[in-house]
Ligand binder design. Structure first.
Ligand code: FO1
Length: 312
């Protein structure tokens, strides 16, 4: 069964790890949000691509939620001495990734090719592909004005409610083209799994890339809930549901957000799942260990088999 997995950062990356253990490299493509990407210290940073790549390489700082497990911040301390920006903390080993990515992009390589080269360097066998090879920055409107995603989330700690989320494309007119690898993976897919990521700022950017929604409409799509027991495992999702969708933080609100795209929904045991509108499967969706991630991945795939059988 060929699977395409749509993912943002932390929550999505953990299930990516489980799926990568459950499926061979030729049966799984990890399509990752690049709306978080930014230029910082003259380097191109791709936080969600890096979180998924580091997680699959077993190098991720699980407790910190981003970056590398073994990390030092010597370069940052010198940047600080020069009065440079320190609100976005780049570690010394992490810098190796950004230096090579920026070098290869400047030499004309696509973000898809750059990501494949970085994955080869870290021994990641599964295909991690950016949603697009062109920039598409997630922008957050707040009562105090417009913010780029990282300034809003990290520098201002998401203190101000997001009143609107939009995507700044390289040129306003053109839609953001999905990466060829993503479209090819969707054309060959039997199943799409939407990870337990923030729908507004991690999944919607991917769905907004040209060609993605129309392909998902033709495929079985299962979403894993990022809301557990009335809250988000990490980040500002619960507040975003309230201010952007005027909805409570429930699995139903997540299912409603994706609407007709979904053919199945996986949520936490004990939570009220959108049974009235979708086939649902209850599982332990909190992934504290790698074995939790593998078990959840297997439950999602087993649930998918049942949905595929019912569609046949
Ligand atoms: N998140 C923070 O809260 N503080 C940081 O200083 C920070 C630095 C950072 C550096 C590289 C990187 O790949 C991610 C980083 N993140 C940081 C996480 C980043 O904000 C992610 O975009 C979010 O975690 C959402 O996925």
């Amino acid at each position: 069964m060929n699977v395409v997995y749509l993912s943002g950062g932390v929550g999505g990356a953990r299930l990516a790890h489980g799926l990568a253990r459950a499926l061979p490299a030729n049966a799984l493509t990890l399509a990752v949000n690049t709306g978080d990407d930014l230029w910082h210290w003259g380097l191109r940073i791709c936080p969600d691509l890096d979180t998924v790549m580091y997680t699959l390489a077993d190098l991720a700082a699980v407790e910190r939620g981003w970056g590398l497990h073994e990390e030092t911040f010597a370069a940052l301390s010198f940047v600080s001495r020069y009065g440079g920006e320190t609100w976005f903390q780049l570690g010394d080993h992490d810098l190796g990734t950004h230096l090579m990515r920026s070098e290869w992009l400047r030499a004309g390589a696509s973000l898809t090719d750059v990501t494949a080269r970085l994955c080869r360097g870290l021994g990641v066998a599964h295909a991690i592909v950016p949603m697009s090879d062109s920039a598409c920055e997630t922008m957050i409107e707040t009562a105090a004005g417009t913010r780029t995603f990282q300034r809003w989330l990290v520098q201002e700690r998401a203190q101000l409610d997001a009143t609107r989320v939009w995507f700044r494309r390289e040129n306003e007119a053109a839609q953001t083209a999905a990466s060829p690898s993503l479209l090819a993976a969707l054309d060959a897919a039997d199943l799409v799994v939407i990870g337990p990521s923030n729908p507004f700022v991690s999944i919607d950017p991917i769905l907004g890339c040209t060609g993605v929604r129309e392909r998902l409409a033709r495929l079985p799509v299962i979403a894993v809930s990022p809301i557990v027991r009335g809250g988000a495992v990490k980040g500002p999702l619960a507040r975003m549901l309230a201010t952007l969708s005027q909805a409570e933080a429930t699995p139903q609100a997540i299912a409603d957000h994706y609407g007709a795209l979904l053919n199945g929904f996986v949520g936490e045991v004990g939570d009220a799942l959108p049974e009235a509108t979708l086939p649902c499967h209850a599982a332990q969706t909190i992934m504290a260990t790698r074995d939790d991630s593998l078990r959840l991945a297997r439950e999602v795939l087993g649930f998918a088999e049942r949905i595929l059988a019912a569609r046949a």
